[in-house]
Design a binder for this molecule. Structure first.
Ligand SMILES: Nc1ncnc2c1ncn2[C@@H]1O[C@H](COP(=O)(O)OP(=O)(O)OP(=O)(O)O)[C@@H](O)[C@H]1O
Length: 680
């Protein structure tokens, strides 16, 4: 016996079914019974037996009317299976894409029905009528001939035949009829006894069949929904077709590419909707692979793959990509690679100096980092323009994105153009195959530093202006602009405003660039204290120390003192090469430290003025003019002593304590060496 007949199960299930859920919380399949008249009533009477296992809806209609109502309901509330009988059921099965549990006439049921009918005939009308869907059965006719039932068989195709059926039965003196619902009802109305062709057990069997079909379909629907959720998350358009090329699944992105809704596209032939996708080609056993196609006005990259199950081709999967997405990913990858190659080294705090001018630079840079506006950094060569640009980038929201720099003065016009804007495949003779991504594209989401912007040729200035205005870049040889999100920081040592007046620089570009403006001061403007601070930091860096503070405690303290002494003699030097020139001094000092200090007889080594001028001719003015003050002299002496001691220690280390060799190298006597060793 079917478990659904157990009453306690029925109640528990019925309670859960109120919400369309099974007792375990899973969704119940939706079954729709379809039928009018007597069969409709039997279906409604018996379907509650499954009430805990399925949700039932009844549609009292037949044929086209039933088909229309089923479609309408299915759109509102998806149906998992239908139950119907006879001609109307067969009609529906042809027209609805939902499995149908058919109420079938079974042999014993028919005998039972005929027996019941026979018991109800009268002498006036002694015959029994049998109305069946489609043609009369020869087997039943043979049975009648054998047992003498007086059976009149009539075929029935649809409601339009019902009245004719009744007339024919009457004419043949039929007293009781075994017939489908409508005919049975009409027979009763015209005074004939009637027995429904379908027994309760055949209706129960149909309901049970429908249950199985519905469960299967519900599981399929769940799988489909999960798949749709996954597909919905994809940025690509994805469509699956069956072996005939009919769309069986697609995601909203694909529907948008095809220009219709998901539901409108479902079931249509993909080759009719979008012939360019080449569905037929892959279904005909062609190779999958990737191709660029034109779909309406869009260019897409389509990838096709046949679907093969158990060695049989069951359909195909097509994945469509917007080339812009691929290009963007490509740009990101390239930008990442470039970024790794040219890491951002500097932070705003690396801009050293305690002078008010240096403090102002740091404060402004911090302000600019919080903004997205274009920055123009003005300043002489070697005043830290790139350092500040990197600092602004690193302190802003683009810090984790690429920082790319290009020196506009270092490249020829055509090279600078392709470096900045990139080019398309075959844009010019010698162009790399596959084209090239320009720095502007590669800096997407990051910062582009345009050094020596004043040297950018006028033609490129116009192209750059377009990038800043339209926020898109046009590769050389291309007509399709690529959107970019780049912050531009430009720098120049030139007087850009004067260049604008002389029409050497586009005025509109100048204003676009100079939204935020910052000037990096020269070393001269920053003063001697900043010069010393920077020089000591450079010395520390050369010696592999973390910063200038570490010098004092190191064995290089004397060298640091020597550096300070040399700088004191720089006097009025104007540092035209700025930080680069200063770094050059530090390097010279490290190389010539021994030569600079001369030990007199019985006197500690001291900075030798003549040698100083020889190595640092820039000092001449200072040395000649400045009368060294007492404080300076003593600082210098200390520095020289320190340097000498340091030197002794270094040489002794190198010669592994061999004092004879150390004296030779240092050019001093053994007695002096011992004294120096004691001091150290
Ligand atoms: N205030 C400063 N503090 C620390 N280092 C500095 C400072 N100013 C400049 N530098 C250093 O000087 C060197 C040159 O700086 P940078 O390249 O930024 O200058 P620039 O103005 O861009 O020069 P150019 O215009 O010649 O390219 C770098 O090593 C930089 O770190």
């Amino acid at each position: 016996m079917n478990e659904s007949f157990e009453p306690h199960l029925l109640t528990a299930r019925a309670a859960a079914a109120v919400n369309g859920l099974a007792a375990d919380g899973s969704q119940l399949p939706h079954i729709v019974t379809v039928g009018r008249y007597r069969i409709g009533r039997v279906l409604q009477r018996l379907s509650p037996l499954w009430s805990g296992q399925a949700r039932f809806t009844h549609i009292a209609a037949s044929f086209d009317d039933a088909v229309a109502q089923v479609h309408a309901l299915h759109r509102r509330d998806p149906i998992d299976a239908l139950v119907a009988a006879g001609a109307s059921g067969a009609w529906m099965r042809e027209r609805v894409d939902i499995p149908v549990g058919m109420v079938e006439v079974r042999g014993l049921d028919l005998l039972q029905a005929l027996r019941q009918a026979k018991l109800q005939v009268s002498d006036d009308a002694p015959n029994v009528g049998l109305v069946t869907f489609e043609a009369p059965s020869p087997v039943v006719a043979q049975f009648d001939a054998l047992f003498g039932l007086g059976l009149v068989q009539v075929g029935y195709l649809g409601p339009q035949d019902a009245a004719d059926c009744i007339q024919e039965l009457k004419a043949q003196r039929v007293g009781a009829v075994v017939a489908p619902g409508l005919v049975a009802d009409l027979a009763e109305q015209s005074g004939m006894a009637s027995v429904l062709l379908y027994s309760d057990s055949s209706v129960r069997q149909a309901l049970s069949d429908a249950m199985l079909l519905a469960r299967h379909r519900l599981a399929e629907r769940d799988r489909h929904q999960r798949l749709e959720t996954v597909l919905g998350q994809l940025q690509d358009g994805v469509v699956a077709v069956d072996e005939q090329g009919r769309i069986r699944a697609l995601n909203p992105h694909m529907a948008a590419l095809l220009g219709a809704s998901v539901s409108a596209l479902h079931g249509r032939l993909l080759d009719e909707v979008a012939p360019a996708l080449g569905t037929a080609q892959v279904l005909a056993g062609g190779e999958g692979g990737e191709e660029v196609v034109q779909l309406a006005l869009r260019t897409l990259v389509v990838r096709r793959a046949p679907m093969v199950e158990n060695g049989k081709l069951t359909g195909a999967l097509l994945v469509c990509r917007d080339p812009a997405v691929i290009q963007r990913a490509d740009r990101h990858l390239r930008a990442d690679q470039r970024q790794r190659g040219a890491a951002v080294r500097w932070r705003i705090a690396d801009y050293l100096g305690s002078s008010p001018a240096a403090q102002r630079v740091r404060a402004l840079a911090r302000q600019f980092a919080a903004s997205e506006a274009t920055v123009l950094i003005l300043g002489e060569s070697g005043t830290g323009k790139e350092l500040v640009a990197q600092g602004i980038h690193r302190a802003g929201r683009r810090a984790s994105q690429p920082f790319l720099a290009v020196n506009c003065a270092a490249l020829s016009e055509s090279l600078l153009e392709s470096e900045l804007f990139g080019y398309e495949d075959g844009a010019f003779t010698g162009a790399r195959r596959g084209g090239k991504t320009g720095l502007i594209e590669a800096a997407h989401t990051g910062t582009l530093f345009l050094d020596e912007i004043g040297d950018m040729p006028l033609a490129l200035q116009s192209r750059l202006l377009r990038v800043l205005q339209e926020r898109e870049v046009l590769r050389v040889g291309s007509t399709t602009p690529i959107p970019v999100d780049v912050r531009v920081i430009a720098a120049t040592h030139a007087d850009l405003a004067a260049q604008v007046e002389r029409q050497q620089f586009r005025r509109d570009l100048y204003y676009r660039l100079a939204v935020l403006r910052l000037t990096t001061p020269t070393l001269e403007a920053r003063g001697a204290a900043d010069v010393a601070e920077l020089a000591l930091a450079m010395l520390a860096k050369r010696l592999g120390l973390p910063d200038a503070k570490a010098l004092a405690a190191s064995r290089h303290a004397a060298l640091a003192g020597l550096l300070e002494a040399v700088l004191l003699h720089a006097g009025e030097h104007r540092w035209p090469g700025n930080v680069r020139e200063l770094d050059n001094w530090v390097e010279r000092l490290v190389a010539c430290q021994d030569y600079l200090c001369v030990a007199g007889a019985g006197r500690p080594p001291a900075l030798d003025a003549a040698r100083l001028l020889e190595i640092f001719p820039e000092c001449s003015a200072g040395v000649a003019l400045a009368v060294p003050q007492a404080a300076r002299k003593s600082r210098l002496r200390d520095a020289s002593r320190l340097a000498e001691r340091e030197r002794v220690r270094e040489v002794l280390e190198r010669v592994q304590g061999d004092q004879g060799r150390a004296c030779e190298e240092l050019g001093i006597s053994r007695a002096t060496l011992w004294r120096r060793m004691k001091e150290a």
